[in-house]
Design a protein around this ligand. Structure first.
Ligand code: ZN
Length: 109
């Protein structure tokens, strides 16, 4: 997102930061009317750091030489994830998709 002019007053936009609930969000600010523009990635970071996505956020940990992340209980129930299911990691534009493969069901079909 690169903006040159404010959508409200057509004023000049410069890079700026905004402090929201103790989290510094990087974005753009209008030099004329003061309107701020915060990209969605920064808003998501703010939601996570202020606990607004609590049930679905995990921290990467180290176990031996591996980086490990646990699955939220709610997600396990919703996606019907079982022990020995396989996880296919697919790189997406905005992140990584975890595709759950149930081997026991695939074999029957
Ligand atoms: Zn403006």
């Amino acid at each position: 997102m690169i903006m040159e002019r404010c959508v409200i007053c057509k004023g000049k936009i410069i890079e700026g930061a905004e402090l929201r609930d103790g989290v510094e969000l990087k974005g753009w600010k209008c030099t004329k009317c003061g309107e701020t523009y915060i990209p969605s990635g920064e808003v998501l970071r703010w939601e996570i750091l202020t606990g607004r996505r609590k049930g679905y956020v995990r921290k990467i940990r180290t176990v031996g030489n591996s980086k490990v992340v646990t699955l939220p209980e709610r997600l396990i129930a919703e996606a019907k994830i079982h022990i020995n299911d396989l996880v296919l990691f697919e790189k997406m534009k905005d992140g990584i998709l975890l595709r759950i493969i149930h081997p026991h069901i695939s074999k029957r079909s």
